[in-house]
Design a protein around this ligand. Structure first.
Ligand SMILES: [Zn+2]
Length: 149
């Protein structure tokens, strides 16, 4: 570990402690300038790659998901914090699967399920794009299904 003050290559660990989230904190002392600093080690969960319908892969993008959900929620009484929460929940669910790759529709399915509980108009808007409800008949049957629940 390089010293952040003088960039000397050698530091000495003078104390090690564990934090409540499973991380490790090390107090270090630079052997050259004798400045002290701490380093933290925490597990980083990887987000799986998304496999699209056509077989190509893309990285999970919070921004892309955010844009889709925001458009669906435009002018609806939905708090920005709720949108953040949905995206955070989807991202951590993906990470907890512990897989290298998952079908990209998983993301859309989860978003749809969450929106359905949050705001039904936003849900229908998102579903029109995501489920490719591209004719009035299928949009109406989706709305009828919602009203029947
Ligand atoms: Zn130093």
């Amino acid at each position: 570990m390089k010293c952040p003050y003088c960039e000397h290559e050698k530091t000495r660990v003078i104390d090690t402690s564990h934090d409540s989230r499973g991380g490790i904190r090390r107090r270090r002392l630079c052997v050259q300038c004798e400045q002290r600093f701490s380093t933290y080690e925490r597990p980083v969960l990887a987000t799986p790659m998304l496999v699209k319908r056509d077989g190509t892969r893309e990285e999970f993008s919070r921004d892309k998901l955010m844009t889709g959900i925001r458009v669906a929620c435009a002018k609806r009484p939905v708090a920005a914090a709720d949108i953040e929460r949905i995206i955070g929940a989807i991202e951590s669910e993906l990470q907890q699967m512990g897989k290298a790759e998952v079908p990209s529709r998983l993301v859309g399915d989860r978003a749809i399920r969450q929106l359905k509980n949050l705001d039904q108009v936003a849900y229908i808007r998102y579903a029109i794009v995501y489920l490719r409800l591209d004719d009035l008949e299928s949009i109406r049957s989706e709305i009828d299904r919602l009203l029947a629940e």
